[in-house]
Design a protein around this ligand. Structure first.
Ligand SMILES: Cc1ncc(COP(=O)(O)O)c(C=O)c1O
Length: 388
């Protein structure tokens, strides 16, 4: 006997697994036993702060990205803050930041005593525009500021154009730091994110490509003196014996439990990155000519923690995709120079590319457990939502 039509449709719906923007549950099932064993080890040794997992994680991550020092810490924001406090900003020192990024980038600058000076972005890569950087450095000087640091931000998994930014830094006598909260696993000219700037901050927020079960972050550098200063800042600015304050610091420590989780997450990270790259390849092929892909700098490869495209009528497209059961995300509807907290630093300058990008970017589902069929369903929904 044939099953009634409604029953067949219901079965079909049941059979098609929902598309998730990120799938931490499937990932957890893969590593659950190993994570539980690691967490039990922390319970057994009882060194909840500064346990052996911290040193193990720092060594593992430093070696993975190809630098000599990794300082694990409490969040990506605190990693930025540690670097900016360690470099000793003085009143009137400016830190050049892109106008289109997460607010944490500029928060860290202000908290460290610096002045954020906004730089417009490249409309194709969505990241700091090196030609505009040179102009904004001169504009900052003409406002009486002393530009000291360029804090590049790697957006949506891809490294910024460090070669071009470094040229401006060298010409202007500035130090280049990286906010790589979104780009762990990315590469540029054969070198991994973490080794592309004098100091690199990353975030282990749960939704990141390498995310913990809570907040966490890390700072990478090759400079032993700078690493020692960051370690001091992380522990309230104390000396090596942790007796006296030698600088102003923060409590930026990572919990041993968090390091335990991250060790098991890192063990599968590079395999997961390949799976995400396969999803990105489907998106790139299917969406060519439909949506504008994020342009990556020459020689760069995204870590594929996100997959973000630019489209016209973005909000309408996102709504239509949601109606088809495809979740998307819009990161940063408002550029920093338009936010109340930072308006005073914006000095009335315009950042037209940042404004345009903020209205057009759309992030698609991206994780290692998306099937090929699901990636195609995302593309079908985007195609229909664009009215093609
Ligand atoms: C570009 C950027 N910078 C900094 C941060 C701050 O990281 P955290 O949330 O770990 O403090 C984030 C986090 O989303 C980010 O995306």
């Amino acid at each position: 006997m044939l099953a009634p039509r409604a029953a067949i449709d219901a079965h079909r719906e049941e059979a098609a697994p929902p598309i998730l923007f990120n799938d931490l549950a499937t990932q957890q099932a893969r590593i659950r036993e190993r994570v539980e064993r690691r967490l039990r080890e922390v319970l057994d040794h009882g060194r909840y702060i500064d346990g052996p997992e911290i040193e193990e994680l720092e060594a593992r991550l430093a070696s993975a990205v190809g630098v000599s020092h990794c300082i694990a810490c409490s969040s990506g924001t605190d990693a930025l803050l540690m670097a900016l406090l360690a470099c000793g900003l003085r009143p009137g020192d400016a830190v050049m930041v892109p106008a289109f990024t997460y607010n944490a980038t500029a928060n860290a600058v202000v908290l460290a005593g610096g002045v954020p000076a906004f730089v417009d972005v490249d409309p194709a890569s969505f990241m700091m525009d090196s030609a505009d950087l040179a102009e904004r450095v001169r504009a900052a000087r003409s406002r009486g500021l002393r530009p000291r640091v360029v804090l590049a931000v790697d957006l949506f998994g891809a490294p910024a154009d460090y070669a071009a930014l470094r040229e401006v830094c060298q010409a202007e006598g500035l130090t280049l730091y990286a906010d790589a909260a979104q780009s762990f696993g990315g590469e540029l000219a054969g070198r991994r994110v973490g080794s592309l700037a004098a100091a690199t901050a990353t975030s282990f927020y749960p939704g990141k490509a390498l995310g913990g079960y809570g907040d966490g972050g890390a700072l990478f550098t090759d400079d032993p003196g700078f690493a020692a200063a960051c370690r001091s800042v992380r522990w309230h600015g104390t000396d090596e014996q942790r007796v006296e304050s030698v600088r102003v610091g923060i409590n930026g420590r990572m919990s041993s439990f968090q390091a335990a989780v991250l060790l098991e997450k890192e063990a599968i990270f590079w395999d997961e990155r390949e799976a995400r790259r396969r999803v990105a390849a489907v998106y790139d092929e299917r969406l060519a000519g439909l949506a504008e892909p994020q342009a990556v700098p020459p020689g760069a490869r995204s870590g594929c923690g996100y997959h973000t495209v630019a489209v016209d009528h973005r909000d309408r497209v996102a709504e239509r995709m949601a109606a088809e059961g495809v979740p998307t995300a819009v990161y940063y509807r408002v550029p920093l120079h338009r936010m109340a907290a930072f308006a005073a630093y914006a000095s009335g300058e315009a950042h037209p590319a940042a404004e345009s990008v903020a209205g057009r970017v759309l992030s698609l589902p991206m994780h290692a457990y998306l099937t090929d069929a699901q990636a195609h369903r995302v593309c079908d929904a985007l195609e229909r939502s664009l009215g093609r």
